[in-house]
Ligand binder design. Sequence first.
Ligand code: PMV
Length: 330
Amino acid sequence: MKNSIKATAIAPSNIAFIKYWGKKDEKLRIPTNGSVSVNLSNLFTTTTVEFSKKFEDDLIIYNKIQNNRGRSEKKILTHLDRMRNLAHLKYKAKVITQTNFPTASGLASSASGFAALTLAAVSASGLKLSEKELSILAREGSGSACRSIPDGFVEWLDGNTNNDSYAVSIFPPNYWNLSIITVIITKEQKEISSTLGQQLLISNPFLPVRLSRMKEKNKKVKKYIEKKQFTKFGELLESEALELHAMTLTSIPPIIYWQPDTVRVMKLVKSWRNEGLEVYFTMDAGPNLFLISEEKNEKKLIKKLKENNITDIVVNKPSVGARLVDKHLY
Ligand code: PMV
């Protein structure tokens, strides 16, 4: 190991069509069910990690702010230790990380953040890991981050152990020309983190019903993507998003992630569909929406959004997963 080595990675955020919500193993972040997602081309995190003999302490700068041992910094430090242990590395680290979108508002900032951190830190520590090993490590950092490692359309396999709970690419990004438009309803941080939200799920009386249907849902979504059956695909992912929120609404205590404008956009989507513009919505655990259409309808959809004064949007295509880049953040 040299005295210091630096690496930079970019990782996309991802949006799940079939959701992960609830864990079988809290510590290892092994979910109750498999999930299927797509990586997003215009929501991403860039992270530079440097390990050096000359550093006296770890330093983390997140979106230009030096965090003073807050909750997210602790998660980052624990994750750095995982990689230091694997690489038998004693050096302290400097981590600079930059997202191009608001964090902790249901835009999966932790997914892109932990995928980028994993790849950059693994590379900077001199470890040579497979995509599967990177995905497992990213999962340990923050569950859905494992899906931001492989390319394109991704499945997080329904595993039971540390070694078999990881994500794989099921179709490359250019397999299906989808447009995924993020509608930002609010940039405020959400009140209840997804970690806490998932813990509340355990006592939800509807959980057994949901779990009994997940294998079938994952099978169906993969078939619809493979055959590019957009209507069936859209209907399934929209009802899955509503089911996720049905679970949060019926948790004890309940969590209401929606804002009035969330519901307004949901209703608009339905009315546009009735007019013949085929678009469906999905969401994460937050107030923002992701509108999914085929690329041929993207322009029409953007026009409709503008006409309704919905202007805070990010237009995405399916994207590659985490990758190393030569340009460092410092
Ligand atoms: O990985 P976390 O802890 O941010 O949980 C994310 C869970 C959902 O975004 C709501 C669903 C999913 O599968 O991404």
